[in-house]
Design a binder for this molecule. Structure first.
Ligand code: B12
Ligand code: SF4
Length: 469
């Protein structure tokens, strides 16, 4: 069967690459249209003439995908299959007139089972995790299946099709996700919803074997070249034994610079030593808020200031750079509390920071509480990339917080500016503030991902429409 994935993000979407690998292994033909323009997408898909068009969507980009799906359905009459985190948490997407099937949860086996069934001319009614439409109206849906415990049994992500684009092939960093699940319960994250979905369906936190991960990175490096290995897993450090083993093999065979996501409380002496010896370039971890009560009582992060401070000093001693994730515009946050977040980053000497406005994703614990209390501008929760610019929370000081977020990194680096910024944030939001934000944010991104200036500009040009939608 001819299957075509359509997407508009110029990033390595491992979900799509993973499914392409599964489908090709099962003997299906796959293609990947990477474009955001409706007419161009229609033309490219028509030229391929697929039997099935697939989208992999997160909440926010689903609006773009559904618009394209409607156009393809109307003009080409093609079958539409949508999966990814958005349909996992919002299976009602199947009610959209353009959509034929949605996948809830992990789709490695479900995707193949659906395509196999369709190629036999059957309705994939029996496939776990799949929802579809009843012929006479209404919808049907199946419970998710068991989680795949042996991640090594899945084929490596198929990068071949994506790397036909020079821009993607030449990327200095190449992305990998080698684990699934996370044991924590942050209130702003979807992880609890995912854990509930899979209750009784197998082990939630799983890792590939370190050997297989190093084999894959080595293979990708030999074939396409890597300057920086970007491990995008939620938390690579939760499995200590795994990290030590991985670092030992990686140091021996590759020793390429790499980035990981971690928690500050995992970054003790042996962990820092192992990562430093293996050549880690940067460890990213969540500070989220500089106010301990906000971080732990509201965000449920289970992490105190002292641990963050000690871990940061340790990483500096071991020569590991670190990037912090921070949110401004949190529920009940005052300007002084937000300034504490900036102050904590300054104090720990954060090498790089990411600083967005808190985006309340519908279906997460915190967002649902805000919706119930009527504290969101609309009930849909966050649905676009606007966490860079505006907040959907109702709060008297929100304009000031939105302005402060634009100056976050500048204030971490140049504390002397604080008295001026305190005055500036009282002004209405304006383009000059937005320019400060993009300038500083791009500087961080460039450094973290080892991007050249031309590449950064090119990435910005390809993404700009989605950032401002
Ligand atoms: C790497 C990553 C990124 C990368 C790459 C994004 C991407 N879409 O792949 C970057 C940095 C660009 C990114 C950005 C964002 N991310 Co992000 N990201 C992740 C992360 C950590 C890993 C994703 C991954 O590659 N997983 C491995 C692959 C194999 O899994 P997968 O993509 O989910 O695909 C599986 C299934 O979903 C399913 N599936 C996927 N697509 C399809 C399609 C079909 C047809 C079928 C049948 C099945 C199917 O099958 C796949 C194999 O099992 C996840 C958390 C996580 N652990 O999954 C968050 C996560 C996806 N991100 C999230 C968010 C919120 C964002 C941002 C909105 C953040 C922001 N505010 O900017 C943006 C949105 C960008 C976008 N439009 O996709 C949320 C999404 C929640 C939601 N409701 O949609 C997640 C789930 C984190 C969380 N727990 O809250 N992200
Ligand atoms: S540690 Fe990260 S992935 Fe885990 S619950 Fe918290 S935010 Fe979500």
């Amino acid at each position: 069967m001819k299957v075509c994935f359509v997407d508009h993000l110029w990033v390595e979407k491992l979900g799509i690459m993973q499914l392409i690998a599964m489908l090709r292994r099962a003997g299906h033909q796959c293609s990947y249209v990477l474009d955001d323009d409706l007419v161009r997408v229609r033309r490219k898909v028509a030229a391929i003439a697929p039997d099935l068009v697939c989208f992999s969507v997160t909440t926010g980009m689903h609006t773009w995908a559904l618009e394209i799906a409607a156009d393809l359905k109307q003009h080409l009459g093609v079958t539409i299959f949508v999966g990814g985190p958005h349909t996992t948490y919002f299976p009602k997407t199947v009610e959209n007139p353009a959509v034929d099937y949605v996948c809830v949860g992990e789709g490695d086996h479900a995707c193949v089972a659906v395509v196999d069934a369709l190629s036999r001319g059957e309705v994939p009614r029996h496939v776990a995790g799949i929802h579809g439409k009843e012929p006479g109206g209404g919808t049907w849906g199946n419970e998710v299946g068991r989680l795949e415990e042996k991640l090594d049994s899945l084929p490596w992500a198929d990068r071949e099709i994506l790397y036909r684009h020079d821009f993607m092939r030449r990327s200095p960093f190449k992305s990998f996700v080698v684990s699934r699940g996370c044991p924590y319960h942050c209130s702003f994250c979807y992880i609890d919803a995912e854990r509930d979905l899979y209750k009784g369906k197998g082990k939630f936190v799983r890792f590939r074997s370190p050997e297989s991960v190093v084999d894959e990175v080595e293979w990708v490096h030999k074939k396409w070249g890597i300057k920086l290995v970007s491990f995008e897993d939620d938390l690579l450090t939760i499995n200590r034994k795994w990290v030590y083993k991985f670092c030992e093999i990686y140091a021996r065979r590759l020793r390429l610079p790499f980035n990981i996501n971690a928690r500050a409380d995992d970054m003790d002496e042996p962990m820092c030593e192992a990562l430093a010896d293996a050549g880690a370039w940067c460890v990213a971890f969540g500070v989220e808020s500089g106010d301990e009560e906000m971080r732990n009582k509201v965000l449920n992060k289970e992490l105190d200031d002292a641990t963050i401070i000690a871990a940061s000093a340790r990483m500096h001693r071991h020569g590991i750079k670190f990037l912090t994730y921070n949110m401004i515009g949190l529920p009940g946050e005052s300007v002084e509390m937000a300034l504490k977040t900036i102050e904590l980053n300054r104090r720990i000497g954060a090498d790089m920071c990411r600083y967005t406005l808190y985006e309340p994703y519908a279906g997460t614990k915190l967002s649902d509480e805000l919706i119930a209390r009527g504290e969101l501008v609309d009930d849909a929760g966050a649905s676009s990339f606007n966490q860079y610019l505006t907040s959907p929370l109702r709060a008297d000081n929100m304009r000031e917080l939105e302005n402060l977020q634009k100056f976050f990194y500048l204030l971490v680096r140049v504390p002397q500016l604080e008295p001026i910024v305190r005055q500036l944030i009282k002004l209405p939001p304006n383009r000059a503030f937005t320019a400060v934000f993009w300038g500083t944010y791009a500087t961080v991104l460039r450094r973290y991902l080892m991007l050249s200036y031309p590449r950064l500009l090119s990435l910005g040009a390809r993404s700009v429409r989605h950032w401002f939608q």
